[in-house]
Each structure stands twice: as C-alpha cells, then as structure tokens.
Design a protein around this ligand. Structure first.
Ligand SMILES: *[C@@H]1O[C@H](CO)[C@@H](O)[C@H](O)[C@H]1NC(C)=O
Ligand SMILES: *[C@@H]1O[C@H](CO)[C@@H](O)[C@H](O)[C@H]1NC(C)=O
Ligand SMILES: *[C@@H]1O[C@H](CO)[C@@H](O)[C@H](O)[C@H]1NC(C)=O
Ligand SMILES: *[C@@H]1O[C@H](CO)[C@@H](O)[C@H](O)[C@H]1NC(C)=O
Length: 406
C-alpha cells in the first residue's frame, strides 16, 4: 500500500514537472527569476522534513542582512566538492547565447590563470573562429605557449574530440550548448543576412521555398548538430536508429550541455558538475545582442514549421535528446537544485544592481550556496566588458605566462 502511494506521488510529481516546464519563458525574456512551479512542489514537500528556519531562508531568496548564521547550513555537498575543473573546451555554437556563456567562461579562465588556445592569426577580432567551420585543429592553430599545455578553448570551433584531446591537457572536459531549433533558426536567419524592407515575413517566405536540402548542413538547418560534432556523412541518413545512436554517442562526449532556453539553470548544473563556486557563474544581465528585427518573432504557419522540422531533422532530434537528458540530470540533483537556482538568480541580480548603480566595494556574505566574496570597482568595470575584451584578457594571461617562461 505504502509503495503504491509513493508511486502515485511520484507520478503526480512527474506530471507537475512536465506541466510546469512548458510554462517556462524563453531565453532572457524576463530577467527576474522564473522558477518552475514544480520547484515549489518539492520545497513545500520538504517543509515537513526540515527545520522551518531553513525553509524561510530559501523562500525569501537572497538577503544579505539575514545571512549571518547561514554558513552553518552549508550542505555537505558544498565543502566535500573536490577540485574545480580547470581544463575544458566550450563548443561555441553561433546564436545560442554562446556569447554570454563565452564571457562567463573567459572570466573563469582569466581568474584561474588558464592557458587558452587562442586563435593564432587574429588578436582582436571578436568573433574569432578557431576551428569553425572546418573542424580541423592542431597545436599550430593556437598562439604558442612554450612549456605549457592548453586547458581552455572557448572560441568558435567545430567539435572534433580526437583533435582537441591532442591539443589539450589530458582529461579535458567538454561543454556544449543547444537551443530549440526553431528559436535558433529565427535568430540565425537575420545574422549577416540583408533582408529587403518590403518583405514582411522573410522567415515564412524562406520556409515556403524549402530549399537548402542539397547541402548536408547550413546555418538554416542542422547547424547546431554539425557544430556539436554530428558527422556530415550521416546528415542525410534515413535510418532513425542510426541517427539516434550517433546523437547518443555525441552527447556522451560532453560533461554538460547547456540548454539556451534554461540558460541560468544550465549554469547552475555546470557549477555543480565542475565543482565551481556560485561566484564563478555570476553574469551581466545586459543584453549582449540587441534583437535584430521584430520580423524575428513573426508567427509561422504549421506548414512552415513542419518544413523547418523536416529540413533540420537532426537538430530537432538532438535538441529533444539533450533537453530530456538535461531535465533528467536536474531531477537527479534533487529539490535543493531549485533552492540554489533561486538563490543564484537573486544574488546575480543584486550584483548587477550594485554595479549598475553605486559600484565600488561591497561584501557579499557567505550564504547557503556561496562562500563570502567581495566585489569592487575593478569588478564592476569588468562587468561592462564585451566578448572581445574578455578574449583579450585571456590572451594577456598567455602573454604573461610566456614572459615568465622566458
Ligand atoms: C524540454 O524538456 C521538458 C521536459 O521533458 C519539456 O517539458 C519541454 O517542453 C522541453 N522544451 C522544449 C522547448 O521542447
Ligand atoms: C517577469 O516575471 C514575473 C514573475 O515571473 C512577472 O511578475 C513579471 O510581470 C514579468 N516581467 C516581464 C517584463 O515580463
Ligand atoms: C546567530 O547564532 C547565534 C549563536 O549561534 C545567536 O546568538 C544569534 O542570535 C544568531 N543570530 C541570528 C540573526 O539568528
Ligand atoms: C539502421 O541503423 C542501425 C544502427 O546503426 C543498424 O543496426 C541497422 O542495420 C540500420 N538499418 C538499415 C535498414 O540500414
């Protein structure tokens, strides 16, 4: 009987999870914390099990003044976390919020003195390509770093695990990113694309024509799968189980794949898997790219959407797989994950508010999910940096390391 009851409760919670997720808003549509309802479900369930003190803290989010006794509540998982991962490749897929991710990871890399494989030929270009679109990469493509192995790649590259493993320090981890394919299409369509003003709905017109089928991939179809490592030769495969197997293999190369629609949640998952501090994933809430055009959001017909689905079949299958895997992993983290997400969003918005107003020094006391840290005017100055400036900061680390080696 008890077992049946538990099963029922479990099923109900699954339903709650699925229902509430579908109400989540898209990428940065709303900069305030959006917590799915199922997170509340878990938290209310936990009220019975734990002290009410602890619950009230998590319900109110981050309150610096109420933090004095919180350090005691640091869960066992925080201090027992081993060494932070400081050897990774980020596959930067165009138009997936990868620019914002780039800035978070570049800041982490700079703060940890990581040795970046910096595209050798261009020093300042912002949208530096490292091994995009060819996927070919050898040590000689990186700016030389005598006596050191590379432990950071964050520039546009196509996933090529054997080649990257050869360039990187042993044991490197991979981070990917993926966006809902229609959202991705809407965004990338207007990128480097001059559209006639008279054309009211260029997206729809494009999908009506339904071209691009000859090439194995393009920016309009299966672009994300290609960048993440799906082989060109299988793009036209009609064998679904072969495609599925390949997707599974590719997904297995990555320690974490961020999902653009749940970007901040993804960063929290990354923090946990890589044993980082919450401080490491703080990010500016300024929009990186202004919306290209209102035309990006024009409604499409069912048939047009269907066309895109056919055209970009691998991207859809891959998103489906990665999104499912993502939510499985989040569920495995347990209900505390949502407490942390809420805490993180509030903390992040406090940091942004501070830097956008008074700036200067401020101490953020330790809390349940983060150690004490201090920000100052330098920190807030850097908060305004864009991708190119962060790239330069990573370049400078290698420069200093090379000086020391001499
Ligand atoms: C992602 O996965 C969740 C859980 O399976 C699902 O509810 C949601 O609709 C998916 N998101 C998209 C954009 O497909
Ligand atoms: C953002 O979300 C909150 C709650 O989730 C809502 O109250 C608010 O109206 C939203 N703001 C915008 C600009 O959509
Ligand atoms: C913090 O804990 C100390 C003793 O452990 C107690 O005396 C004090 O009142 C607590 N402060 C708050 C704000 O709860
Ligand atoms: C489809 O792919 C699977 C797995 O790679 C393979 O075992 C099977 O033989 C393929 N089916 C056909 C009809 O080619």
């Amino acid at each position: 009987m008890a077992r049946e009851f538990m099963f029922l409760a479990f099923s109900l919670s699954c339903v709650a999870i699925y229902m509430s997720i579908s109400f989540l808003s898209g990428w940065k549509d709303n900069s305030t914390a959006v917590k799915p309802e199922f997170a509340n479900f878990h938290i209310t369930q936990r009220v019975d099990e734990t002290s009410t003190n602890r619950m009230s803290l998590t319900q109110t989010g981050y309150h610096p003044t109420a933090q004095s006794n919180v350090t005691k509540l640091v869960p066992a998982s925080l201090p027992t976390c081993g060494r932070p991962v400081t050897n990774f490749v980020f596959i930067k897929v165009h138009k997936t919020a990868s620019g914002s991710t780039f800035m978070v990871l570049a800041r982490f890399g700079r703060n940890h003195g990581m040795t970046i494989c910096y595209p050798k030929r261009h020093r300042k270009a912002i949208h530096n390509q490292l091994s995009y679109p060819s996927g070919k990469l050898t040590k000689s493509d990186c700016r030389p770093s005598p006596g050191r192995k590379y432990n950071l790649i964050i520039h546009h590259s196509v996933m090529n695990k054997p080649a990257m493993d050869r360039v990187m320090e042993p044991g490197t981890k991979y981070i990917g990113i993926f966006r809902e394919p229609l959202n991705h299409f809407r965004s990338i369509f207007f990128w480097k694309n001059k559209i006639s003003r008279r054309n009211k709905n260029p997206l729809g017109a494009f999908l009506n024509r339904n071209h691009d089928r000859k090439r194995s991939y393009s920016k309009h179809h299966n672009f994300q799968a290609y960048t993440m490592g799906f082989p060109k030769r299988l793009m036209a495969s009609k064998n679904e189980s072969q495609i599925y197997e390949t997707i599974r293999t590719i997904a297995g190369w990555y320690s974490v794949v961020l999902i653009t629609e749940y970007w901040e949640e993804s960063l929290v998952l990354l923090r946990r898997k890589f044993c980082w501090r919450l401080y490491d994933i703080l990010h500016t809430t300024d929009r990186l790219h202004a919306l290209h055009t209102k035309k990006e959001h024009i409604p499409l017909t069912t048939e047009q959407k269907q066309n895109h689905r056919k055209m970009s079949n691998i991207d859809y299958m891959m998103y489906d797989y990665l999104n499912k895997t993502f939510w499985q992993r989040v569920t495995n983290e347990g209900p505390e994950f949502w407490e942390e997400v809420k805490y993180y969003k509030t903390l992040n918005s406090e940091v942004n508010k501070h830097c956008n107003s008074v700036g200067g020094k401020r101490v953020f006391p330790a809390g349940k999910w983060s150690q004490e840290f201090v920000i100052d005017s330098t920190f807030c100055e850097e908060w305004k940096w864009k991708e190119g400036r962060w790239a330069l900061a990573c370049w400078d680390v290698v420069g200093k390391q090379n000086e020391e080696t001499k």
